[in-house]
Design a protein around this ligand. Sequence first.
Ligand code: ADP
Ligand code: MG
Length: 728
Amino acid sequence: MSELRFRAISDSQKRNHIQIEERGRRSELFGKNVFNEERMLQYLTKDALESVKAAIFSGSKIDRKIADQVAEAMKGWAITMGATHYTHWFQPLTGSTAEKHDAFFDLLPDGRALEKFGGAQLVQQEPDASSFPSGGIRNTFEARGYTAWDPTSPAFIYGTTLCIPTIFVSYTGEALDNKAPLLRALHAVDEAATAVARYFDKNVSKVHATLGWEQEYFLIDKALAQSRPDILLTGRTLVGQSAAKGQQLDDHYFGVIPVRVLSFMSDLEQECTKLGIPVKTRHNEVAPNQFELAPVFEEANLAVDHNLLLMDVMDKVADRHHLKVLFHEKPFEGINGSGKHNNWSLATDTGVNLLSPGSTPMKNLQFLTFFINTIKAVDTYEELLRSSIASASNDYRLGANEAPPAIMSIFIGKQLSSVLDELEGVSKGKLSPEEKTELKLNVVGKIPEILLDNTDRNRTSPFAFTGNKFEMRGVGSKTNCAKPMTVLNTIVAKQLQEFKKEVDLLIDKKNLKKDEAVFNVLREHIKASKRIRFDGDGYSIDWEKEAKKRKLSNNKSTPEALQVLTDKVSLELFGSMNVMSEKEVAARKEVELETYILNVQIEGRVMTELVYNYILPAAMRYQNMLLKNLAGMKDIYGSTFKKYVPAQMDILEQVSTHISELKTKTDTMVEARKKGNAMLDTNKKAHTYCNEVRPYFDEIRFNCDRLERLVDDRLWPLTKYRELLFVK
Ligand code: ADP
Ligand code: MG
């Protein structure tokens, strides 16, 4: 084994003696580090509390005096909790979170020191944000950006810092982050869904979207992970021969959690609990060293923040356990990649899940209304929804026969399909009394309250109805959920708005009763959105062909998938729902393309280094061993030596061929990169990287992996799959 690998493995083994501590009760710790309602009650006057709650409920502005009070209270609490700094915590378009810490400490003009944090600091800050991506919105000399407090997501203490969730916008008001559009989309869906929910219950005054994500990830020994330049710099293995054993025995899924991992998880859950992240489920996933964590679902904005915070906490806690978390969607070839299912629904302030069938026909008509409108929204904007989960890393996973395909479709199961089929047959206009009774008793009335039938689940569907929520399954493990949640909530809002217009028209102009009008419009939507419904195998080639016939998009790469963003229809959608202006959408597309290019570029560079500095030298050393052996044989046997060396000759030939192929392919890839780099147009450049650079990665990898199979293990410089995935 090479020196490098030997060191990494022995390091890893030294670390493997970890005790699992017994912990206290989770419920007592929950939210200990969060400035939640309980804390506010303790630290704020009644007026201030009411005003914050009103702002949370309606999105209204908090007046400056109240902000001063809140800031004072937050500071008081944070300092007793040992915090020394505060930061606005925001989500720039890089996809992760950003923070800039300021000490509470300040100096008075006379030189005395004090702890300072007022309403001004709470409400708004100006991070020097010139190096965050803005897609051209904010030229550095044009306008600066500022962060503004989002009172709907409570402040929390992380380490010794008080973190205040904020949006990040330019001075001209354009969103420079992922949170601002999400909040606007959530507002849009609140308005549209509340209006529709009031058809069924006048007591509803607010609807919020709920999100329950399921985070998949890999855990690798830190020393082993760090021994690989590709994992270090790209989060995935660019080369690596599959281990003889992978996931074929299915012995990892839901298996016993390894001790060291359990210790990490227990520590992680402790931290999450303090931060108010309601983590609940943990288990092994399908691939070796792959795991999943899921919380109880929450209001979508809070859930998004919690997921981003979680990823950061995971990184830090893993470090304490000498582990490295890989969030990449496809860190290893030949075994499953990781996703982040987004379970989504709509809930009213009266405590009703609008996607949950109920016990009465009226409740079920409400359920069907939201259910069918969601299906229609996804059908109309399927390509846009696909674009919201596009990234360089997720491209390796979508459609890779283990993850949902790049084609959007909806699975609803047999039972609900037959309900929709029956509704489709409802006659137009007024319904006869018999028809009404039939509908109420035998169609709508027949939907059972609990639809969570596990036998009727389809794991290959990218958008599946799972009893009382939809589950969006193509979201990448690294992705900020704000992106898909912004699109999903916007399209559903738009659809509900249209639906309401149509129903009202039938009530006003055609004199239909409300439920008749609802049935009439739903019937049309069921008909119009049929193509998006698919209950078969989403991984199959047949589906790809069928989807093409149905004119569903199938954008396999990020540059392709992103094009739809700036289509007229998308711009009209985002504009009319006040979610994003044309300028903001264009900027996002630019940033996403740019990010794509940079990611592929980094992979290309790392690949070149791996080939030239690691693999070729090792392969040539082995080639020399073979040559030396052949020369020795020739010394002894003279001209008849060839008779005795067919094995050596065969291996030498294979090694030499792969060496030469490897160099040629790598050099060609470098040339292709140069061609791409010379391009000024981001869109063209992204396509060049996608179509002309990236295809070489597979060919280069093929030659590397073949060499790994051939070359003496002691000479191989890179930590192998069996070590990364199985060394404990
Ligand atoms: P699985 O999909 O793995 O079988 P479940 O269906 O039990 O698991 O739940 C998965 C996730 O769905 C959980 O994280 C849970 O919080 C979330 N979830 C459940 N109900 C809702 C809802 N109404 N809205 C959003 N998410 C929900
Ligand atoms: Mg799931």
